[in-house]
Write a protein that binds this ligand. Structure first.
Ligand code: F6R
Length: 608
């Protein structure tokens, strides 16, 4: 969703800010803008549409070494240039970019209007510009602090003052901000990815922090004025990778990156010699693990699907009762949280408002929640305080692929660790650990030989009325994920069902024009799923079967068959999801969709 970038230093600010905004495009937005301090004045340009349109409108060689920029995903007010950020005060001497929502903006707006302020947009953000202007008597930080004292809601803001070239004031409350430390230059951004090309040294701000940034450094204080120091952290090397390389799309690149992202997730964590796993970030002793009565996994969308696999592994391998739940539902149903429950909150971005809300609900009720997060230093990672980073590296395509497999892998490692403490002997633990460690190279092999059958599956799916996805157990989670991908990327209506549930209703929808994708690894449920395939075929539907290589019976039942490597059941999603990711990608391509930026979607869903 919305993104902020700011720069102060020796370079011209506009190109740096525009470059940062381009790196944030993946988050999803509908308009963009920049403001720089040039020759004692604020120069601001805003445009509806992509950053490329903004770039074309910003004068070449625009001077000024201090600037801020924003990508907006409309919440208050339509997608118009007037509503795009930065917003300026009435004197045009103060510019503000804002992420988040000011809940009491209408009261503040009415008061300001009574005082004679004329608003130029419908946004909640514009009140910030006017309030800061009202309180400004020469001290930028004091004016911002006083303004924030009147706000209810969430903010990540960056403010520049024409009177103070060489200075940016920024503040965070519920919307992430990170300071980047360069040589004689300093950056601010809502997402470290925007800064990775310039610096790996970052400072994560906390809620209610205010930071005043200059080229030579910064000072952080709390909203109440107390001083505070925040340490510099080093961004992982994987975050510096950029561009699409030789790939036509980020989604395809990320699908192909899974061998490396999986290897990073497993590295040093699976210890076959001990038959177990080490996840120091969980900060749980064997005694703590032995006392867990119930594992509960929370997440949204793809992360929820990874959570379903995680819960199955916790129950199947570690023999702990486990459930997964959609975070947005959990947070509002006044859930019972027992002291011996342990929660996992799964999130790629670490900023999903619904998951963050669920984490807070668990914490309010006295529960323990561990983060399974990709973005280091994100709000969910910080809120949980402990957990596992999945180390997928930046995921730019809106549709999540490599984060899903790393989330599954991280939950499998956690399950192995819990299982080893509670029920598993060293030999069984070793076998599971070794199989896990073999996954990255086997995924690489499979991905390297684009699956025969894939393009036939694409043809069936793009020509069908809608597509059914079926599976059982962990393969039902994979079916849900395959259906979500095809909806998002190709806009094809899809449904996913546990295979046996078909006959309880949805089978009525089947006819010749409804392709059915069945995920059927060779495990204890195989024969039962193959019976469901027979039922589907008997209704005239065409069947695409994702099966274990060498399973001739499954192949014979299929109109289109796609084989994946053999694995144990709990590990199978790391293989069976691969053809479904590629199916969505290829179908989206065939239908001419904007694959990396599907309509209406944002990468990081920071509003409810
Ligand atoms: C689907 C997708 C979304 C996200 C969901 C949660 O491809 O990306 O369904 O999985 O919005 O996002 P995170 O994982 O960032 O919490």
């Amino acid at each position: 969703m919305c993104g902020i970038v700011g720069y102060v230093g020796e370079r011209r600010a506009a190109p740096v800010v525009l470059d940062g905004l381009r790196r944030l495009e993946y988050r999803g937005y509908d308009s963009a803008g920049v403001a720089v301090i040039a020759e004692g004045e604020l120069r601001s340009v805003r445009r509806v549409g992509f950053v490329a349109a903004l770039e074309a409108a910003v004068p070449a060689n625009l001077p000024g070494h201090t600037g801020i920029g924003h990508t907006r995903w409309a919440t208050h007010g339509g997608v118009t240039e007037a509503n795009a950020h930065p917003h300026l005060d009435s004197t045009n001497r103060i510019a503000v970019c804002h992420n988040g929502i000011i809940e009491n903006h209408s009261v503040l707006r009415a008061r300001l209007e009574e005082e004679g302020v004329v608003f130029r947009s419908e946004t909640d953000t514009e009140v910030l510009a006017h309030l800061i202007s009202k309180f400004y008597t020469g001290d930028p930080e004091a004016a911002v602090r006083q303004t924030l004292g009147h706000l209810q809601g969430t903010w990540g803001i960056a403010v520049i003052f024409a009177d103070h070239p060489g200075l940016i004031v920024a503040a965070r409350n519920g919307s992430p901000l990170v300071v980047g430390k360069g040589e004689g230059e300093t950056f601010i951004a809502s997402d470290p990815h925007a800064l990775a090309a310039y610096t790996r040294q970052v400072v994560y701000l906390e809620d209610r922090d205010i930071v005043t940034i200059r080229a030579t450094g910064w000072t952080v204080s709390r909203l109440d004025g107390a001083g505070v120091s925040r340490g510099v952290e080093l961004l992982g090397e994987e975050w510096t990778s950029e561009g699409r390389g030789d790939f036509s799309h980020h989604m395809l690149k990320e699908i192909h990156e899974q061998p490396e992202s999986l290897a990073r997730c497993l590295l040093g964590r699976v210890v076959p010699d001990e038959g177990g796993a080490r996840l120091g970030g969980l900060d749980l002793s064997p005694r703590d693990i032995a006392a867990i009565r119930h594992v509960r996994v929370l997440g949204c969308g793809t992360s929820f699907h990874a959570g379903l696999v995680g819960a199955a592994a916790m129950e199947g391998l570690a023999r702990i009762p486990a459930t997964a739940e959609i975070a947005s539902e959990f947070r509002y149903r006044n859930p019972v949280v027992a002291p011996d429950d342990i929660f996992f909150a799964i999130s790629q971005s670490g900023e999903t408002a619904d998951t963050l809300g669920a984490v807070r609900e668990v914490q309010i009720k006295g529960g323990s929640v561990l983060g399974v997060v990709n973005v280091v230093g994100s709000s969910i990672a910080r809120s949980c305080g402990r957990g596992v980073y999945v180390h997928s590296g930046p995921e730019i395509a809106v549709a999540s692929t490599k984060a899903f497999t790393s989330q599954v892998a991280a939950m499998l490692v956690a399950s192995l660790s819990f299982a080893r403490t509670r029920v598993l002997g060293p030999h069984e633990g070793k076998a599971f650990g070794e199989e896990l460690l073999s996954v990255p190279s086997r995924v690489a092999e499979w991905i390297g030989s684009e699956a025969p059958g894939l393009m036939d599956a694409v043809e069936l799916c793009t020509q069908g009325k809608f597509v059914f996805f079926l599976g059982r157990g962990v393969s039902h989670a994979v079916a849900l994920e395959g259906a979500l991908k095809l909806k998002e990327v190709a806009y094809i209506p899809c449904m996913a069902y546990p295979a046996a549930e078909m006959k309880h209703g949805p089978i009525a929808l089947l006819d010749k024009r409804t392709p059915v994708v069945v995920v059927v690894p060779d495990d204890v449920m195989r024969d039962k799923i193959l019976s469901s395939v027979q039922e589907v075929r008997a209704r005239g539907a065409r069947v695409i079967v994702v099966h274990t290589e060498g399973d001739e019976a499954a192949k014979r039942l299929a109109d289109v068959s796609i084989a994946v490597p053999r694995s144990s059941t709990l590990i199978s999603p790391l293989f069976t999801v691969l053809p479904l990711q590629l199916l969505a990608f290829r179908a989206g391509l065939a239908l001419g969709r904007d694959i990396d930026r599907p309509r209406n979607l944002a990468k990081s869903v920071t509003v409810e």
